[in-house]
Design a protein around this ligand. Structure first.
Ligand SMILES: Nc1ncnc2c1ncn2[C@@H]1O[C@H](COP(=O)(O)OP(=O)(O)O)[C@@H](O)[C@H]1O
Ligand SMILES: [Mg+2]
Length: 351
């Protein structure tokens, strides 16, 4: 649904060059919620602004719903018109809502429809329908200043949906909101994704956002995507930084002559009582040192760090049993306390 190839963005200002995007290949499938996470300055906003051509890429291509937007940008009036039309089918939600304070809620939502030249009757019907959809049917005549942050963002989302977009882009839409409001906005995005078949590309610096709503995720560092995939694929990738940050497990061996392993659950295996089966079948005492489980896209996924008595060599058979159950098992070598924590965990993902 959204594809970028070799997307590069270099900003030039007062003789200085900043490479914000350095060859980004992004692939967002139709109907999924895709999260891009990364630290401040990683290039996330540049990426999203290049996807809807708010920012002109230095090189590379952007294709949305089969249409090459980069081919349309800035080439004559006909292409310009096509680009405007294509853009109207891409909704955009902003961190600071960007509502006009002098306009009522309804008039804010009607604004993009005015620009598209829709009649007053059409605009008003659409705005009221969207207000209902985002749960603000009674706020049509209110002004932005009379709304809470969460309500303002609902208006921002309704406005983004005015042109019946197939794609919704969201740049830190919940970063200015408290945790409870964040949850309700994420739930709304999830509902819209399901009800309208909307493809959502969201940018965030919060791991929780990815965990709550995303089907797939990518990690950005210094203008590049360094990891990407569905949450299950990431979990199944040994050494994945995103998986470690999504499901952090700690815990040290309780003594020498112990085997510490990380067991990753996803898909079918997550519902099987494998740990108790293992314990019964091999008559071993298993200690759980740490665990991080969650429901992602309706499936139980997560990681558990467990300890088995004896050396690794003595545990080849029980570990083989776990693998046969479809679980991914990684040995935690040496003293786990000396493990290098992932960059995301070490520095925290902050703005
Ligand atoms: N309009 C601009 N002019 C010059 N440099 C910019 C501009 N926008 C962003 N940058 C720079 O590009 C890099 C990536 O920024 P940005 O895409 O905003 O990252 P993020 O959203 O991940 O914080 C940063 O070094 C930032 O300073
Ligand atoms: Mg940003």
């Amino acid at each position: 649904m959204i594809t970028t190839q070799g997307l590069t963005k270099v900003y030039r200002s007062s003789g200085r060059e900043v490479t914000a995007l350095d060859g980004v290949d992004l692939h967002v499938r139709e109907g999924e919620v895709y999260g891009v996470i990364g630290q401040s300055g990683a290039g996330k906003s540049s990426l999203i602004r290049c996807v809807n051509l708010l920012e002109r890429p230095t090189s590379g291509t952007v294709t949305v719903a089969g249409q090459d937007l980069t081919a349309l940008a800035g080439r004559g009036t006909r292409a310009g018109k096509q680009l405007r039309e294509a853009r109207s089918r891409i909704g955009m939600v902003f961190q600071h809502f960007n509502l006009l304070s002098s306009r009522t809620v309804q008039d804010n939502i009607e604004l993009p429809l005015e620009i598209l030249g829709k009649s007053g009757k059409e605009r008003s019907a659409k705005a009221l329908e969207l207000l209902d959809l985002v749960g603000l049917a009674d706020k049509a005549k209110a002004y932005p200043a009379q709304l809470s942050g969460g309500q303002k963002q609902r208006v921002g989302i309704a406005r983004a949906l005015a042109g019946d977009p197939k794609v919704l882009l969201s740049d830190e839409a919940t970063s200015a909101l408290d945790p409870e409001t964040t949850r309700s906005i994420l739930q709304l995005l999830r509902d819209l994704n399901r009800q309208l078949g909307l493809t959502v590309l969201l940018i965030t610096h919060e791991m929780d956002v990815v965990k709550t709503v995303c089907d797939s995720a990518a990690l950005m560092e210094r203008g590049q995507i360094v990891e990407s995939g569905t949450v299950s694929e990431l979990l199944a990738t040994p050494g994945s930084e995103l998986a470690a940050a999504l499901f952090p497990v700690g815990g040290d061996a309780s003594g020498a002559d112990r085997t510490v392993i990380d067991v990753t659950f996803h898909g079918e295996s997550a519902t099987q009582p494998v740990i108790s089966q293992l314990s019964r079948t091999y008559n071993v005492d298993i200690s759980i040192l740490g665990a991080a489980m969650d429901t992602v896209a309706g499936k139980q996924v997560g990681r558990m760090r467990i300890e088995l008595p004896g050396r690794y060599e003595d545990n080849v058979v029980p570990i083989g049993f776990l693998r046969e159950q479809g679980l991914q098992v990684e040995r935690v070598q040496g003293d786990p306390r000396h493990d290098e924590p992932s960059v995301l965990l070490k520095e925290g993902v902050t703005k």
